[in-house]
Write a protein that binds this ligand. Structure first.
Ligand code: BGC
Length: 368
């Protein structure tokens, strides 16, 4: 402790953040802004690290059935790699997670043109989304557990979105082994919002995710076109590779001959969750038998993007020298349906100045 005291002192003086000795600098951006890495621990030996750059969950360390620990999320060892080129590993994405066709939408008779960064489409908030900015961060303890509170103000016009939007995200690690993510946002002009967390999970901790067993609580999904824009239709999962109503290996049907799977190069689709919007409900469960690990996911959101890591191609060298090959991680992103601003029949993503956006998503870890 003594050794570090001289470094901690100035940080403490010039910041309102509550630092613990395990909360360390994560490096600096080109513009001089410093990112920090915060650690949350609970009484189940779970340890989660989060940086205020992009609100990225950089690691989730969990024991398996024998008590051996592994990191069950993909990511990098240092800030530079995240800045250089990350496929949204662990980050908070927004304002609008997922795609908006051609980056265009209409609101109150006005046409808004967003940054396009995925071919002709807008993806995950644009060129500099919530995943690429420094958030104000503060650790806290509540009766639920230990947490990190993040705040960011997205300026009117940022990436083309209307309104100054203030967003607050609280990560809480409970002694029940849940990672709770609370989102809250307000705007001063009518806008759209659809934030999510983009963690890539691998319950074994390495290798491909095809033998992770997945259940998704959805009778319908939203089919896409050849550039991954939703068609506006809901399709029954019954009788298709998208039927995860009973637990099934991710690999079971992933290579079936199917137009939807070919558009996504695997699973990259939004599922219409059974249950009510705004009510917390079971969205998915995942189990992995070699480690015995289990994850349950709950959300207040109406949709869930299941992305099977189809664009991972071995070009990312992640933590501990791991090369992330095709399908080495999967994402379960709580969200509204993709391209909702252009699909009047989908639940609305509009936020008005007199309203507060709220979301709660929970990833609960355990053993089978
Ligand atoms: C999208 C994928 C995209 C990936 C980026 C996912 O949420 O659905 O299409 O390639 O994010 O890493």
């Amino acid at each position: 402790m003594k050794k570090y005291a001289k470094y901690l002192f100035p940080i403490f003086l010039f910041s309102t953040n509550a630092y613990a000795k395990e909360d360390i600098s994560f490096g600096k951006l080109a513009n001089g802004q410093e990112a920090f890495l915060y650690t949350l621990k609970n009484n189940k030996n779970t340890e989660i690290k989060i940086t205020n750059y992009g609100g990225i969950v950089t690691s989730i360390i969990l024991p398996d059935k024998k008590g051996n620990i592994s990191d069950i999320v993909l990511g990098f060892d240092n800030l530079q790699e995240y800045v250089k080129n990350s496929p949204y590993f662990g980050s908070i994405v927004g304002r609008y997670g997922n795609r908006i066709a051609k980056g265009v939408f209409h609101l109150n008779g006005k046409t808004y043109k967003l940054a396009t960064n995925n071919g002709v489409n807008h993806l995950h908030g644009g060129k500099v989304g919530f995943d690429k900015v420094i958030w104000n961060a503060k650790k806290f303890e509540s009766k639920e557990g230990k947490g990190l509170e993040l705040n960011y103000t997205s300026k009117d016009g940022e990436e083309g979105y209307p309104g100054n939007l203030k967003i607050n995200v609280k990560y809480v690690l409970t002694d029940n082994n849940e990672l709770k993510i609370y989102y809250q946002a307000n705007t001063d002009k009518t806008t759209i919002i659809n934030p999510t967390n983009h963690s890539y999970f691998n319950l074994f901790g390495s290798g491909d995710i095809l033998s992770n067993k997945l259940m998704i609580n959805a009778n319908y999904y939203t089919p896409i076109d050849s550039v991954s824009i939703t068609t506006g239709k809901l399709e029954k999962v019954a009788g298709t590779p998208f039927d995860f109503r009973k637990p099934k290996y991710i690999g079971k049907n992933i290579n079936d001959k199917n137009t939807q799977l070919s558009y996504g190069k695997g699973y990259d689709h939004n599922f219409v969750l059974n249950g009510k919007i705004g009510k917390l409900k079971l969205a998915a469960t995942v189990t992995e038998s070699k480690s015995g690990r289990k994850m349950e996911m709950y959300t207040t959101e109406p949709g869930l993007q299941f992305y099977s890591g189809n664009f991972l191609d071995g070009s990312f060298k992640g933590k501990n020298e791991q090369v992330y090959k095709n399908r080495y991680g999967f994402c379960l992103e709580a969200q509204h349906y993709p391209d909702s601003p252009n699909k009047p029949s989908f639940p609305t993503t509009v936020l008005k100045p007199n309203q507060t956006y709220k979301q709660l998503t929970i990833y609960k870890f355990g053993l089978m």
